[in-house]
Design a protein around this ligand. Structure first.
Ligand SMILES: Cc1cc2nc3c(=O)[nH]c(=O)nc-3n(C[C@H](O)[C@H](O)[C@H](O)COP(=O)(O)OP(=O)(O)OC[C@H]3O[C@@H](n4cnc5c(N)ncnc54)[C@H](O)[C@@H]3O)c2cc1C
Length: 464
């Protein structure tokens, strides 16, 4: 059936994807253009809109009740604001030439074509499923969507035993391992890298490893999972590596994501070397005036290395949506790029990074100095002061800040924002030493740990 547009004078915006990037774009476009000028139709194949996947580990771990608490805006709330939402409806084709999309209602199976004047692609990312026997067995879970979170919680409620294996030790694997410990599981994390949190250099990842072991998590690094073994009932019973088997009543996969761009690829839209859509600074798909893309399905410019990267973070997706909605609505906004800032935690250990790791700097041919300092979160004499480790990279000769990693307890994580601002401003480490940061004994030593690292980096740059 061809559901062609009702021929009124309004423009039609079609949005594919009903979460952070898509619904931010739709909402911003709605704020800028009235329904009698712009009709907005958004397709979402799942059951939820505007949800926080970021909250899934805390929901599974019992810190938040969820899933209702993780939903910022329901489909009904969007509809009340004048956004036509088609839930449980998957877009299966984009016809760029005829400016229309084909969509399938997942409950009835009916297919319809909807034409557009403007299109927003916000299809997010797809979790990597390992290509190995048993990967799809009951009891093996991803945690990409609220539906995934609910399925995992259901499995945990009925699991035969209390042994969990988490595959992958990126921030999602680390957060999920802690969540499972909080639910009383015995947790083993099997990780391909030499240390958890490969977004950090391994020396900083080591600190995370120690904290995880301190929580009672068994860490198995430098190891690949080769198979998921199932019992007679077909459910997962263990995870196998080349040298060992780890018994499991539940397995959680956290081995990363790829941009969900199959539709875009089939439509002939431009993709980068990481598989993400390529856009200009206004988030328009390159070479296509009336198509925008944002969130986990695009590549972003790394302002420090000057290279395109794929970084799947909600903080970017929301900003992309805002920029897209402004452009669709006839305004002007740009997303200049990222410096690679991220923050996470395991128990009370806060983990933060921004900019380049040593291997990133080497890969793009930058010569650098690297320093690591130990300091404290508060003045040493003030109650509650706890240790904090800061690693800083600066370019040789110029002293330009290249990256910062921070691991420590209360107050460590968000300190990375100082470095994110310095990186964005293109500061040298010398300029950073004079930053006018707030000080009082309950908040930091008189020399903030970031400034201590900057001073040490200055000395090393001069020595180099
Ligand atoms: C467990 C977990 C923890 C996280 N923690 C953090 C964090 O602490 N900080 C942070 O910044 N980020 C975090 N993230 C990442 C963040 O959730 C994502 O970056 C963000 O959701 C991306 O938004 P998006 O709109 O681009 O994509 P998504 O949120 O993936 O939304 C895309 C939507 O499009 C729909 N869709 C896809 N294809 C189609 C189609 N063909 N037709 C119809 N609908 C379609 C999907 O169903 C989905 O709802 C976390 C993610 C996870 C999974």
């Amino acid at each position: 059936m061809n559901m062609s547009r009702t021929r009124d004078t309004r423009e039609r915006l079609v949005v594919i994807g009903g979460d952070a990037a898509g619904m931010s774009a739709a909402s911003q476009a709605r704020r800028m253009r009235d329904p009698d000028e712009l009709e907005i139709v958004a397709f979402e194949r799942g059951h939820f809109t505007s949800y926080s996947a970021c909250g899934i580990p805390y929901w599974v771990g019992g810190d938040v009740a969820g899933p209702d608490q993780l939903i910022a805006r329901t489909p009904e709330e969007h509809r009340e604001r004048g956004i036509g939402l088609r839930m449980r409806t998957e877009v299966t084709e984009i016809d760029v030439e005829r400016q229309r999309v084909r969509a399938r209602d997942l409950d009835s199976g009916t297919e319809t074509w909807t034409s557009y004047d403007k299109l927003v692609i916000a299809t997010g990312a797809r979790p990597i499923r390992p290509d190995m026997p048993g990967a799809d067995a009951p009891g093996v879970h991803g945690v990409q969507t609220l539906d995934d979170g609910q399925a995992l919680i259901d499995t945990l409620a009925h699991a035969r035993g209390r042994r969990a294996v988490v595959v992958g030790a990126g921030y999602i694997g680390v957060e999920m391992a802690e969540a499972l410990i909080n639910r009383g599981y015995e947790v083993t994390v099997v990780n391909r890298g030499s240390e958890p949190m490969s977004t950090l250099d391994p020396d900083m990842g080591r600190l995370v490893h120690e904290a995880m072991e301190g929580l009672g998590i068994t860490m198995v690094n430098d190891t690949e999972v080769t198979k998921v073994l199932t019992g007679e009932d077909g459910r997962v019973r263990a995870v196998a590596t080349q040298d060992a088997e780890y018994p499991a009543d539940v397995v959680v996969l956290g081995i990363g994501v790829r941009p969900e761009t199959a539709l875009a690829r089939a439509a002939g839209l431009p993709l980068g070397s990481h598989g993400g859509l390529l856009t200009d600074l206004a988030m328009r798909v390159r070479g296509h005036e009336n198509i925008w893309a944002g969130g986990d399905c695009v590549e972003v410019l790394d302002l420090v290395s000057g290279q395109e990267r794929h970084i799947a973070l909600g903080t970017h997706a929301n900003k992309h949506g805002q920029v897209i909605g402004t452009g669709v609505g006839g305004g002007y906004a740009t997303f200049p790029g990222v410096v690679g800032t991220a923050v996470s935690k395991v128990c009370d250990l806060e983990i933060a990074r921004t900019g380049l790791r040593e291997k990133d700097a080497r890969r793009v041919g930058l010569q650098f100095v690297s320093v690591t300092i130990e300091s404290t979160s508060r003045a040493g004499y003030y109650p509650g002061a706890s240790p904090m480790t800061v690693k800083m990279l600066a370019e040789r000769r110029t002293g330009r800040l290249l990256g910062v990693q921070i691991v420590g307890r209360e107050g460590a994580g968000k300190r990375v924002d100082i470095a994110a601002v310095a990186l964005t401003a293109g500061m040298t480490v010398e300029r950073m030493t004079a930053l006018d940061l707030g000080y009082a004994p309950p908040f930091s030593p008189v020399w903030d740990p970031v400034l201590v690292a900057a001073r040490k980096a200055v000395a090393k740059v001069r020595g180099s």
